[in-house]
Design a protein around this ligand. Structure first.
Ligand code: HSE
Length: 312
């Protein structure tokens, strides 16, 4: 080991992206967590410090904090009993649909991997990070952890075995995210989903998914606008987000090419190709939430191509 501590920056992410439930996600530029991992001499994996605006909501307990859990999985896979101290500066809001748990697990794994001279590849790290998602929500999904770790836009065509495809995207695509100030745990958002869907609806949805993914590969902006719509998950979850359709209409009326729930919500995201329109779209979406007595944070940026990366 050439280092005894590593610090990484770990981004928020948007999963599903409309019709791609559990199989697509992208990284955004802000907010970012900062996560440090340092060797200790007592064979224990523990959290030494949690700071940042969201930090007070998190526990230091190994039974409750997913970062300890994923590092235990990491050291077990590596076959070491090395003790590690974790520091976390938490900015990505919890239970927001912006991949807060993914930012924690992805960041801590990328930092630990660098500390041990990179024994694991992206497939290994994403698989380990999914242990964190399962720990928090009971669900085994990679559509936040993969783009968090790898950056850019990632498609997951298969889970067993895991298959990760970095997908091209138009560089001028701006992702607008509006985060309403209430929490919606992924577990609850998943409990609202239908267990089965009629075949006709499934055909409609997978037609869109196929055309949506190929539109990214072809850089076909009209295709992105035309095929983003989700017929299955969004209608089932919309009622969990007061004013969702008003917010979506505000985005579309102000020039967004599409709008849907970010991950499990309650954040809502929109796409635009017009940098000047992004601020208007974000503020009009926030205003629509405000009409339902809900305050919001707003973010907009191009897709973050880097994902988790070392800053020290
Ligand atoms: N695909 C997951 C879901 C993302 O929609 O439940 C959670 O952020």
């Amino acid at each position: 080991m050439s280092l005894n501590k590593c610090l990484v920056s770990s981004p928020a992410t948007v999963a599903n992206l409309g019709c791609g439930f559990d199989i697509m996600g992208l990284a955004i530029q802000e907010p970012l967590d900062r996560i440090g991992v340092k060797l200790n001499s007592n064979r224990e994996i523990r959290i030494s410090e949690i700071t940042g605006p969201e930090g007070h909501k998190l526990s230091f307990s190994p039974r409750e904090n997913l970062m300890i859990h994923v590092l235990q999985c990491f050291t077990k896979k590596l076959g070491t009993k090395q003790g590690l101290d974790i520091t976390l500066e938490k900015h990505v809001p919890l239970s927001s649909g912006m991949g807060s748990s993914a930012a924690s697990s992805g960041g801590v794994l990328v930092a630990a991997n660098a500390l041990f001279d990179n024994p694991f590849n992206n497939d290994d790290l994403v698989t380990l990070a999914m242990e964190g998602e399962k720990f928090i929500s009971g669900a085994w999904h990679a559509d936040n952890v993969a783009p968090c770790i790898m950056g850019g836009l990632v498609v997951i065509p298969n889970y067993e075995p895991l298959s990760l495809v970095s997908c091209p995207f138009p560089e001028d695509l701006i992702v607008v995210v509006v985060h309403p100030h209430f929490e919606l745990p992924t577990k609850e958002a998943r409990a609202a989903l239908p267990k089965e869907i009629p075949l006709g609806l499934a055909v409609k949805q997978w037609g869109h998914v196929a055309a949506y993914v190929s539109s990214f590969f072809l850089q076909d902006k009209n295709g992105l606008a035309r095929y983003m719509e989700d017929f299955v998950i969004e209608p089932a979850r919309a009622a969990l987000i007061p004013g969702f359709y008003d917010v979506k209409n505000a985005a579309l009326e102000n020039g967004a090419i599409g709008c849907s729930i970010a991950g499990g919500g309650p954040s809502v995201f929109a796409f635009t190709f017009d940098q000047d329109q992004a601020e208007t779209i974000a503020s009009q979406m926030a205003l629509a939430f405000k009409k339902h007595q809900i305050e919001c944070d707003r973010f907009y940026s191009p897709i973050n191509p880097n994902g988790c990366h070392l800053i020290d």
